[in-house]
Design a binder for this molecule. Structure first.
Ligand code: C2E
Ligand code: MG
Ligand code: MG
Length: 577
């Protein structure tokens, strides 16, 4: 193809050299002409040269013309290229097939030269017009103030209206509020039901939102599933809450998508002028922070912006920046809490628990920073460090005369997201440190299992087959079901400390713990009881037959050095041994 030749390009596909020659001669005066003599070549050339039009023979060996046409239609690169089918079969059947496979026109052999030229010219012209229209539409969208899908004001017009509202507020000394609304399950709808369903949902959402505000208020779509409402000239903040609640109510009513009821929900953040900001950026930022906090606190909720929220958001951002540095500067360290066998009173293993020695804030505990690390992805790096470091420590204690200690390490749900990476991590930590797989216990939580049980189960099976054991941590606090316990390769359950706390005063908790112990025994599961703090609790547990105990009653988590001293009896173990 000649790059300096600006005439349209036509690809002629025919397995007969005679036909190619004939058609080529008829068209080469006005167009650049390319040839292919079979379907496969036609597809390759079409995708690389992107001709303006294809003349396609039907009867070809291997891949016939209909199939080629279909394939061209299904390829993102070639779908817009018009295809004219050329065939000797002038029956209506093949004509139908031609059109259903996506051809724009039909020519029959023997070819009538003027008819062919005319049709080629027409379809080239149509294609050109389509392209111009597309470009114009794109420009229109760019200049437009409305979202094409929902018809709502778009980001541009929203900015404008917000500016107007601020001016009016300043002039009249009035307040107004800005609501940010985000759908909680939009991505899920898009991923599972497809984009058409996603579009239909957004359109319906727009309608419902409009139905709860006054004509003078603005409902806008900023993009994706982000909506915003400007409630102009309100008398009191409580009006914003009222509207916010109405919106949540609207969103939680089922949506009819593809013949099924789909339930979603929303999160609403509210900022009020002038208290929460006097510029468009500040108001939008604060409504967004409030929305984010609403999302954090669970679905279907509403939050007003507050300086307190702002402080939390800022602190979180600071902590996040610090965390990147902490990884490089080795500010994380591990503590180990012993697990004691309730019959022998001996240390049978330990759980590694991460801490962060923050240069300004002192020692931070995992609840403060693990959720942030999970959100920004650093958890992957941190988890790898935890596993390698704890295995190395355990090996050094094994070499020092304690070869039978079991090491428990906590996993994060995020680690199950990326295929075999978790498996590779465990494999490499064991290989590099020489720690035996059958002494490693990985702790997972019930909530981790909810997202994709099948995939998680497969990963766990693989780890299990290496010899690693799996423990269900915080048992009883999540969505534990017997079915889940049985479907996963779990050997240990750790009863959460919250059930132990009131063991003495609350007989229901005693029943609960007793029932779990009984069930575990029947299922052949090993039980670790967490959070045991007192002798009385210990006695109750002993009478119901708990296997291993972890808690302050015996020992709090200790730094590596102290744990080593504990093993050697230089630090006494608590309890009445
Ligand atoms: P967890 O795995 O359930 O760990 C037990 C938590 O209970 C620890 O809190 C421990 O210090 C605390 N604890 C132990 N005995 C007692 C007791 O007698 N009374 C009370 N009230 N608490 C006791 P910690 O170290 O703050 O860890 C909290 C959670 O953070 C852990 O809960 C675990 O889910 C997570 N975590 C800790 N280290 C890691 C880690 O390396 N990676 C990941 N992904 N999560 C970790
Ligand atoms: Mg744990
Ligand atoms: Mg636990």
């Amino acid at each position: 193809m000649n790059k300096n030749d600006h005439r349209p390009t036509i690809l002629i596909v025919d397995d007969s050299p005679g036909n190619i020659h004939l058609m080529g001669k008829l068209l080469s005066q006005d167009y650049q002409v390319l040839f292919a003599t079979n379907g496969q070549d036609a597809l390759t050339m079409a995708a690389s040269a992107l001709p303006d039009l294809v003349l396609l023979d039907v009867m070809m060996p291997e891949i016939d013309g209909f199939t080629v046409c279909n394939l061209l239609r299904n390829d993102e690169r070639t779908r817009h290229i018009p295809v004219i089918i050329v065939t000797a079969m002038n029956d209506s059947d093949s004509e139908t097939r031609g059109f259903t496979s996506g051809a724009v026109d039909f020519l029959t052999k023997p070819i009538n030269p003027s008819s062919m030229r005319a049709r080629v010219a027409v379809h080239l012209e149509l294609k050109k017009q389509r392209e111009e229209l597309k470009a114009a539409n794109a420009q229109l969208q760019e200049d437009s103030e409305f979202d094409i899908l929902t018809g709502l004001p778009n980001r541009k017009l929203f900015q404008d209206r917000l500016k107007q509202a601020i001016l009016a507020g300043e002039r009249n000394n009035s307040i107004f509020s800005l609501l940010f609304i985000d759908l909680d399950r939009f991505k899920w709808v898009n991923d599972t039901l497809g984009h058409d369903a996603g579009d239909a949902l957004l359109i319906e959402v727009a309608q419902r939102m409009k139905s709860v505000v006054r004509k003078s208020d603005t409902v806008a779509r900023l993009g994706g599933d982000e909506f915003t409402v400007i409630l102009s000239d309100i008398l009191h903040e409580s009006m914003a809450e009222l509207v916010g609640r109405k919106i949540l109510e609207q969103l939680s009513a089922p949506f009819q998508l593809q013949g099924q009821d789909v339930v979603i929900s929303g999160s609403v953040g509210i900022a009020v002028f002038p208290g929460d900001g006097t510029s468009t950026t500040e108001l939008a930022k604060n409504a967004d922070i409030a929305m984010y906090q609403a999302k954090e606190s669970g679905r279907n909720s509403l939050r007003f912006f507050s300086q307190e929220l702002n402080r939390i958001a800022q602190r979180r951002m600071l902590l996040e920046a610090d965390m990147r540095r902490a990884c490089l500067k080795n500010e994380f360290f591990l503590e180990y809490q012993p697990k004691i066998n309730s019959t022998s009173g001996k240390i049978i293993g330990m759980e590694a628990l991460i801490r962060w020695e923050h240069p300004r804030d002192g020692i931070l505990y995992p609840h403060k920073f693990i959720p942030i690390a999970e959100e920004n992805g650093l958890i992957i790096e941190i988890s790898a460090w935890v596993l390698h470091t704890s295995c190395r420590d355990a090996v050094s204690w094994a070499d020092d005369g304690f070869p039978n200690l079991k090491l428990a390490v906590n996993l994060s749900a995020i680690q199950f997201r990326e295929g075999d990476k978790l498996f590779d991590l465990v494999e490499s930590a064991l290989r590099e440190t020489g720690f035996p797989a059958h002494h490693l216990e990985l702790e997972i939580t019930e909530t981790m299992m909810l997202a994709n049980t099948k995939h998680v189960s497969a990963t766990l099976q693989k780890l299990r087959s290496m010899g690693v054991s799996i423990a269900m941590d915080d048992f009883g606090t999540g969505y534990s079901s017997l079915a889940l316990l049985r479907s996963l390769p779990i050997q240990v359950i750790k009863i959460d400390g919250s059930f132990i706390k009131d063991l003495v005063s609350n007989s229901e908790d005693v029943d609960f713990v007793a029932a779990i112990l009984l069930m575990a025994k029947k299922l052949g599961l090993h039980v670790v009881v967490e959070g045991v703090e007192t002798a009385v609790q210990m006695d109750i547990l002993k009478s119901h037959g708990g296997d291993d105990i972890q808690g302050y009653y015996f020992c709090p988590p200790l730094c590596g050095k102290a744990f080593h001293a504990l093993l050697h009896g230089k630090i006494p173990l608590g309890g009445r041994n």
